[in-house]
Design a protein around this ligand. Structure first.
Ligand SMILES: [Zn+2]
Length: 312
């Protein structure tokens, strides 16, 4: 069964990052040959799906279809949880410097709670860990089997239940690219963070997709970030950018991992100059990557690395 989010062919939305309607169409098919139009913004270089599903369609998809239709995991079990642990390990390594005793941590899109549970293991009982997960079955597993405090819903549906300025750390691990508006998501994250609180986010890197492009573009991923577009998004939301790094996944540079800090009210926001992504250069780079992927037998190397990482 294919995921139920569908899009019509005519691009009709503006860029979430810069508000421009000018874009070039890069691809009209996504993973599995699905009808999916991917465009590149002519003004900021953001790569995004256009049109995106409506907020209602998106909410329905994550509440009911995502884990069942796409990941074949409607009713999670202990084995599924165990299989998640090697997948969250690279992010856990990045999070360690920000895990402090007594800290309040929020993970948005926590699934069965593998990362949340692992962070708790690092800090011990002094920390407070909260999760948000739209899939009821996964949220329930995290609550009942792992004893985690997990709200069932999308961020925009449950954020009113959380106290503003109450978290030291907010985490999104391969979740931001699934949101309808990353701009709105970052504004909410900022509201929930304490002053000087950190937002650690990881997304796929459009500079190194790590697969053939027909597989990379996916109905559930509405945005494909580069280091520049991710940095620009954070600055737009008023975060201070601590770092934006391209880290290795199964292939070099496939993970875009960033740390942003919420400034205290008294601190002036520092406007760092960012370099604009160019739409034509981005399109050319994607085609170059596709050629490199085939010429270097990357999919074979990827399988070996993936196998090695699972065994680590
Ligand atoms: Zn744009």
């Amino acid at each position: 069964m294919k995921p139920t989010v569908t899009t019509t062919e005519e691009p009709k939305q503006v860029c979430d990052l810069c508000g421009s309607a000018r874009h070039q169409i890069f691809a009209t098919r996504g993973r599995g040959g699905s009808k999916l139009t991917t465009v590149i913004c002519e003004d900021c270089g953001m790569v995004y799906t256009n049109p995106r599903p409506s907020e209602r369609e998106n909410s329905k998809f994550y509440h009911t279809s995502y884990w069942g239709a796409y990941k074949h995991q409607t009713v999670p079990d202990e084995r599924f949880f165990e299989r998640r642990l090697p997948k969250i390990r690279p992010m856990l390594t990045q999070l360690r410097p920000y895990l402090k005793p007594g800290g309040r941590v929020l993970e948005i899109g926590c699934s069965v709670g593998a990362l949340l549970w692992s962070m708790k293991e690092v800090v011990g009982s002094t920390g407070q860990f909260t999760g948000i997960e739209p899939h009821e079955g996964h949220a329930q597993f995290a609550r009942e089997k792992k004893g985690l405090d997990v709200h069932n819903g999308l961020l925009e549906e449950v954020s009113h239940k959380l106290k503003p300025a109450s978290f030291d750390l907010v985490v999104m691990n391969h979740v931001l690219e699934h949101t309808i508006s990353p701009t709105t998501t970052l504004a909410t994250v900022k509201k929930l963070l304490k002053p000087r609180g950190h937002f650690v986010v990881e997304v796929p890197n459009v500079e190194a997709p790590g697969s053939r492009l027909s597989h990379f573009f996916h109905v559930a991923h509405h945005y494909s970030f580069s280091p520049r577009t991710l940095q620009r998004l954070a600055q737009k939301a008023g975060f201070s950018v601590k770092r934006v790094d391209s880290l290795d996944g199964d292939l070099p540079g496939t993970r875009l991992n960033a740390v942003f800090e919420k400034l205290a009210a008294t601190e002036a926001s520092v406007t760092t100059r960012f370099i604009r992504d160019d739409a034509n250069e981005r399109a050319a780079a994607l085609h170059r990557y596709e050629r490199w992927y085939w010429l270097t037998a990357a999919s074979f190397r990827k399988k070996i690395t993936h196998w090695q990482r699972q065994r680590m």
